[in-house]
Ligand binder design. Structure first.
Ligand code: ADP
Ligand code: MG
Length: 344
């Protein structure tokens, strides 16, 4: 008898693909984009589309209660969802909160999670209007669903990139992965200057969802494709390529990296290539636009209230992502982004 196929055999994206085949028939004509983009897009009246997304944070898997205070956990759980709304260029409107915790969890800690969520919600103008509460003995779970709105036909999708387009990113990449390594006190952290430690930890614990930037891209119509960097630059640009039927070339020397990340990687001997190309959770917006519009896009983002954008590569024929300018052997090592079910 053959062994039953396990989730680890097919990985997270394999599993989502197989689930999609099972769930696809439930979608009617009002579903404009179903499974496979950063969020689902469904028709809403004559001139709007609803945008729907959910993301969960599980204790022991996505965070440790030792290094993540409950208020920060609440903020980050909402940020990860808002980032997917941003990647669609939508305006976040309503959220539902599913909270799981062990029976001996402290009420004050649970309320702190709620306060963190409420703070981020008011910052981005959305209302938390319900949810579900469940007992979960092994630890805390914060799962949030967000609903947003975007003008019909203006949503940013992963699927519109064409050969010759420029590839741009907001902000800097790699901070979050390095911040994660520095969360726990110890030898590694002691080698990095305290200011950089604080900055990088902050980038991991409370990233800024690029909601304003996403809305600017959708309202100007300048972006041909977009995604948020949650799984890592290579993996997420790979998703754009797959959905758009193209390949991409990234110029390593052009990728924006903060001084703090460079210094910390050097002093604590952290693999900067892995952090920048493979590390996820930066929640920056990665987008494409026609090469003629690349300078215009950079100009658009000059306003100091917005994250700056940098061109890091271009879309080419073929498939997959190639990085130019890397030392020998680095690219193969990093070819796969973070996969929740992959065997180490
Ligand atoms: P992101 O990193 O942008 O949050 P994911 O990789 O988590 O995106 O998900 C990719 C796509 O697969 C999304 O469209 C998401 O809604 C869909 N998806 C993920 N898990 C499931 C599931 N269990 N059932 C249905 N759709 C899913
Ligand atoms: Mg996403």
């Amino acid at each position: 008898m053959s062994e039953a196929k396990r989730v680890s055999d097919i990985g997270e994206f394999g599993l989502i693909g197989e689930l999609e085949a099972v769930l696809r028939e439930s979608a009617g004509p009002d579903v404009r984009v179903g499974i496979g983009d950063d969020a689902a897009l469904v028709s809403w009246g004559e001139s709007w589309d609803l945008v729907l997304t959910c993301d969960a944070m599980i204790e022991g898997e996505h965070f440790s209660s030792d290094s993540t205070p409950p208020r920060i956990l609440g903020q980050k759980a909402l940020v990860t969802n808002l980032s997917d709304i941003a990647a669609m260029g939508a305006d976040p409107k309503y959220a539902l909160l599913t909270l799981g915790c062990p029976p001996d969890a402290r009420v004050e800690d649970v309320l702190e999670i709620g306060r963190g969520i409420a703070e981020t919600a008011s910052q981005f103008g959305l209302a938390v209007v319900g949810g579900d509460t469940v007992r979960n003995k092994p630890g805390t779970i914060v799962a949030i669903t967000v609903v947003g709105l975007v003008k019909r036909g203006t949503a940013l999708l992963r699927s519109g990139a064409s050969v010759g387009d420029a590839v741009l990113t907001t902000g800097t990449l790699g901070d979050s992965a390095i911040g994660l390594r520095l969360l726990t006190p110890g030898d590694l952290r002691a080698r990095v200057d305290p200011e950089s430690v604080d900055y990088l930890k902050g980038r991991h614990l409370v990233p800024t969802p690029r909601v304003k930037e996403g809305k600017l891209l959708s309202s100007t119509g300048i972006a041909t494709a977009a995604i948020d960097v949650s799984d890592g630059l290579l993996a997420d640009l790979g998703h754009i390529c797959e959905r758009s039927g193209v390949g991409a070339v990234v110029d390593w020397d052009a990728v924006p990296i903060s001084d703090q990340a460079r210094l910390a990687a050097q002093s604590a001997r952290i693999d900067l290539f892995a952090a920048v190309l493979g590390g996820g959770e930066d929640y920056e917006l990665l987008f494409c636009c026609s090469s003629q519009d690349a300078d215009g896009a950079k100009q658009l983002f000059c306003d100091p209230s917005l994250a700056p954008v940098t061109q890091i590569g271009e879309i080419v024929e073929g498939s997959g992502v190639r990085v130019e300018g890397l030392p020998e052997g680095v690219e193969e090592r990093l070819a796969r982004g973070f996969d929740h079910f992959a065997q180490p």
